[in-house]
Design a protein around this ligand. Sequence first.
Ligand SMILES: *Cc1c(COP(=O)(O)O)cnc(C)c1O
Length: 384
Amino acid sequence: MYEKTIKFIKELYGNQEFTPLSVPKFIGNEKKYLNECIDTTFVSSVGKFVDKFEEDMARYTGAKRAVVCVNGTNALHLAMVLVGVEQNDEVLTQALTFIATCNAISYIGAEPVFIDVDKSTMGLSPDALKAWLATNAEVRNGQCYNKGTGRRVKACIPMHTFGHPVRIEEIVHICKEYHIELIEDAAESVGSKYKGIHTGLFGRVGALSFNGNKTITTGGGGMLLFMDEELGALAKHLSTQAKVPHRWEFRHDHIGYNYRMPNINAALGCAQLEHIDDYIADKRATAVAYADYFKNVDNIIFFTEPEHCFSNYWLNVVILKDNEAQQSFLQETNDNGVMTRPIWELMNRLPMFKRCQHDTLENTIWFADRVVNIPSSVRIRKNS
Ligand SMILES: *Cc1c(COP(=O)(O)O)cnc(C)c1O
């Protein structure tokens, strides 16, 4: 039934026996920088690539400060510590997200509340957020409380799904009105912009991931982005065991975390960042090719970047007619060497989170029944 589509995808990726969903690409200075780490013995938590990667990423994104972490999940955890999320607080987020967002909320002992997503972005809907708050929230003494549970609603974490920015400006306004701290889960959206501004810079803090399947990779890795330099400096301090700088004394002034990215991972990141514009241009060209192709395919819609947005097209998305069509598309593509997958099982359906509050999740469920991710790796082959 989907033979033509399978043939198209295979050809796009050079007719490999197996076409993966998203694999890393190393075309630059990766080996050179890694060798330098080994030759100098700076493989661990101190070294010039750590500082360089933070500086280069701050310049690339426009952040005032960038702080590396071991992965995106602990970057999100630290983000919540930084904005003051505490045990028993509620955190508003999406049911349509990767588990990391909710795991990080759970590490604090806080609880996620699941708000619906937008049809145009697949990310947190400002309309649904506003509606939930209007019904459930009240502001007392400069803090937001859930009238039903009596708990404080401390933070909101929208996620830029598959690299497509959410309607972040509206979310910023709503969070301000309700005295809710805004953290962006920008793990999937490095290079993606809303009205020309990099995702992750709209809230108090934004979290990126450099896991192996993301747009650029450090093996494993993450990063926090800040426009507030002081908060960035505190992040650096807490992520490095909160050690008070001294040449030989070991003194610590906070409960800290060992969340600092090692120099070898940062070396990989520096090399990857040198080619990020090529990668994203290539991924956007792939998206154009898909969009052109699917224009002429009945009952499959290729998802394109929302208004005012520049998307990195981390993972490409097609929307099938219904759940039955989604299942047969998944079956046929995977049977024929083209890796595809549905959206993550919705968070409110997982045993750990099924008791959490949520709204109707109307669009969330609509997407879950229809979305399939199709191959999205960078196609550049030559060494440059
Ligand atoms: C990848 C990802 C993360 C972070 O993942 P790590 O593997 O810990 O780097 C967080 N949130 C979302 C939505 C992600 O896709």
